[in-house]
Design a protein around this ligand. Structure first.
Ligand code: ADP
Ligand code: ZN
Length: 734
């Protein structure tokens, strides 16, 4: 058995004869665990260790296995690779609705979300109208039902308020019928999509597709990198490759960085394949997620699109796994089981003998190294569809500390675009109004009491807010240090840019897209569809606007502070900067009209900026790989991070120091070749009230890392005040 607790190893239980025929690998059971009763996952039967009294399984919770043998094998691999307890891996992999924690007693049969969901469905029927005409709410209800067709009682309530007495009367008259039915909560409800047909492919697309189809027909694990500049038609290649796998009766798993940001992509899949698509993402309720999971398990949704957790989807007979925007950091989970879905796609693809397609305009340099070493086959789409040229880019050198966030040439271009009635996009990777407030008298800045960062000033809400923990104070306010009443606004955020634009172009229709304006489930699609319908002249936003959106009407892109993310203390800072700049630049000129880009930067010579300016991916890769090789960073070395945090500063520091000493001893004793960097305070030293230290392990051989960590874990005793986390292949080092 595996239990969903942060404990090493698996556990043995005795099977009472009454339960023997219900038990099989992959079903959940209730077991006594210490003084608690827990849900555990059955892994299989094996000989228990000698001399240990066994407890009985209390109940079997599922009629059939929730997991297949193949999935179990995959989850075991994950647990082993990330050095994480198998029970916690299973808990992460299964939908939240399904895990019942430590319920008391064996009668805990009501599985959250496992209940059948009954919904009242209501529709108009052809009864006789009464002699007296209907009036009031009853008439409105009937008119609505006649027009809208079958409707749920929840929706009627939302529209008409309490209406059950009226409905009952209408039902008695035979004018409506009401029915209880099990329904899947449909995350697409109310959004119709017109079907479309596969497009005739461009020559490069055709070559790429042929290679993928040949591999799919082969039936061996074959990994590809589909490197195609933005707008080169990668998605069309995915769609046609998936269609081919469907004809073979196989399923497809499509991983995207963040579904909420890519409603267009989901619509394109629905347009091509109709129903039979399951969508998994973070905005789903637990119930919706569980519904989707069951549809996939039953084989009703052979195409699964989702954010990183979709890598665990219960899809069988997988023909192809697509990882779109494979370079995105969001494929890595940053707490609990710190898996990377992009990496696991290759593992699951290998297990399933599937084709794996990693797609990106700016692949990771580690991926490019895998291509160089022959571990991935390269497919290239070097041209935009319909020969649309890449936009022309004009660098504008600005001072880092400029008070004028919008340069004169950029303002002139914006004015021209407005006159021509064309759309513009402005990118600044910082939300809020001012970046921070500072006291002109004593120089103090407003900082978060829980995190080591300054608070961001949001003028429209009249507050200063911490972007990590949401700590908020009224703003502008007085200086907390000296009481000076007038604080000065420093730095620039998207909110301030929006305000400046409104002042300069009062007639323009301006919208802002950042995490402040996109709250709620449809926040992103609302703004994106306004842009798509041409109802926005200028869209200002953070990196959210850089992601795969296809805005054919955008002809001008302005980049403010191109070097925004360059100075973070992270060896991937240059790579991230290059990626985000290339993505933003790629938003221009995707339609009939050519695009142009104005890029304001203080460092036009820095290689990440300079190579993005010239669309020179190969050049960037060369420089970046040389830098990585020199310092032994991935792909030329392997990393693991140990993170220590505590609300007590001393505990965090002492815990990290102890761990550091133990690691150093073990390394010497085992004669391993690796570097132990730290312990050191994390760059973000305080986060949500916790003090943080970390140790980074760097080795040329993965085996050395694993041996050290295995030895370390077997000797390490947990301390309740200290939180310790292990991150294999860490992505976030802040
Ligand atoms: P990418 O995913 O590489 O950014 P897309 O697949 O979104 O590129 O393609 C960009 C645009 O070109 C989309 O509007 C898409 O519908 C269109 N497109 C893609 N392939 C073709 C094709 N073979 N013929 C015509 N239009 C195409
Ligand atoms: Zn904070």
């Amino acid at each position: 058995m595996a239990v969903p607790l942060p404990l090493e190893g698996t556990f043995h239980y005795r099977v009472p004869t009454s339960l023997a025929d219900q038990l099989q690998p992959g079903v959940r059971v209730l077991v006594p665990f210490g003084r608690r009763t827990l849900t555990a996952y059955t892994l299989g039967s094996s000989r228990p260790p000698e001399g240990q009294p066994l407890k009985d399984i209390l109940a079997v919770l599922d009629d059939g296995p929730l997991l297949t043998e193949a999935e179990l094998a995959f989850f075991r691999w994950v647990a082993d690779y990330y050095l994480h307890p198998l029970g916690e891996v299973l808990k992460t992999a299964l939908p939240t609705g399904i895990n019942l924690q430590s319920k008391k007693g064996a009668d805990a049969e009501t599985i959250t979300g496992g209940r059948r969901v009954l919904r009242q469905r209501i529709a108009a029927a052809t009864g006789q109208l009464p002699s007296r005409p209907l009036r009031g709410k009853a008439a409105e209800l009937l008119a609505f039902l006649n027009a809208a067709g079958e409707t749920s009682s929840a929706e009627l309530r939302a529209r008409f308020g309490e209406c059950s007495p009226h409905l009952r009367r209408l039902a008695e008259l035979g004018l409506v019928c009401m029915e209880q039915r099990e329904v899947y909560r449909n995350p697409f409800s109310g959004d119709q999509v017109e079907r479309d047909q596969p497009k005739p492919l461009m020559p490069h697309q055709q070559t790429a597709l042929q290679a993928i189809l040949a591999a799919a027909d082969n039936g061996h694990f074959t990994p590809f990198l589909l490197h195609g500049i933005t707008g080169s038609g990668k998605t069309e290649v995915y769609l046609q490759a998936i269609a081919h796998c469907r004809v073979q009766g196989k399923g497809a798993l499509v991983l995207v960085p963040e579904i909420a940001l890519t409603p267009q992509l989901v619509r394109r899949f629905r347009a091509r394949f109709g129903d039979g698509i399951a969508v998994l993402h973070s905005a789903l309720s637990d119930g919706e997620r569980y519904d989707e999971w069951r549809r996939i398990r039953r084989g009703e949704a052979p195409i699964v699109i989702g954010a990183r957790s979709a890598i665990f989807a219960p899809l069988e007979r997988i023909g192809i796994i697509v990882v779109d925007e494979e370079h995105e950091a969001s494929f890595k989970q940053s707490d609990g089981l710190r898996y990377n879905a992009r990496d696991l796609a290759l593992v699951r693809g290998r297990d399933e003998a599937a084709v794996v397609v990693l797609g990106s305009a700016t692949p990771l340099v580690t991926t490019m190294q895998a291509v160089r070493e022959g571990r991935l086959s390269l497919l290239e789409l070097p041209e935009r569809v319909a020969g649309r040229p890449l936009p022309e880019i004009m660098p504008i050198t600005t001072r880092l500390t400029s008070d004028e966030p919008l340069s004169a040439p950029l303002l002139a271009e914006l004015a021209t675009n407005l006159e021509r009635g064309e759309q513009s996009l402005l990118f600044l990777n910082r939300r809020g109004f001012a970046t921070w407030l500072s006291c002109p008298a004593c120089g103090a800045t407003l900082t978060c009491p829980n995190c080591s960062v300054s608070l961001t000033y949001h003028r429209s809400r009249g507050e200063s807010r911490c972007h990590y923990c949401d700590y908020t104070v009224p703003a502008p306010g007085t200086c907390p240090a000296c009481g000076e009443p007038e604080l000065k606004e420093l730095g620039v955020g998207t909110e301030r840019i929006e305000a400046e634009l409104r002042a300069r172009f009062p007639a323009a229709r301006i919208a802002r897209m950042d995490s402040d304006t996109t709250a709620g489930k449809d926040g992103h699609s609302r703004i994106l569809s306004r842009v798509a319908r041409g109802e926005v002249d200028i869209l200002v936003g953070t990196q959210m606007i850089a992601k795969g959106h296809d805005f054919p009407g955008v002809t001008l892109v302005g980049v403010l502070q191109a070097e925004g993310s360059l100075y973070l203390p992270d060896f991937r800072a240059a790579e991230r900067t290059f990626q985000v700049l290339s993505q933003v630049i790629g938003r221009a000129g995707r339609g009939e009209l050519p695009g142009r880009v104005l890029l304001q930067t203080a460092n036009p010579e820095q290689y990440a900026v300079a190579k993005a300016l010239t669309h020179d991916f190969a050049g960037f890769c060369g420089e970046e790989l040389a830098f990585r090789q020199e310092l032994g960073y991935p792909p030329f070395g392997f990393l693991a991070a140990l993170q220590f945090s505590s609300i007590a500063e001393g505990t965090a520091q002492e815990g990290a120091a102890q761990a550091g000493r133990l690691l150093t001893q073990l390394k010497a004793r085992l004669g391993l070749r690796l570097e132990i960097l730290g312990p050191a305070p994390a760059p973000l030293y305080r986060l949500r009230g916790r003090f943080r230290h970390q140790i980074l392990l760097k080795a040329a051989k993965r085996a050395d890392l694993r041996r050290l960590l295995a030895a370390y874990r077997s000797r390490r005793s947990p301390c309740p005040q200290l939180r310790e986390a292990l991150d294999i292949d860490p992505v976030d080092l802040l």
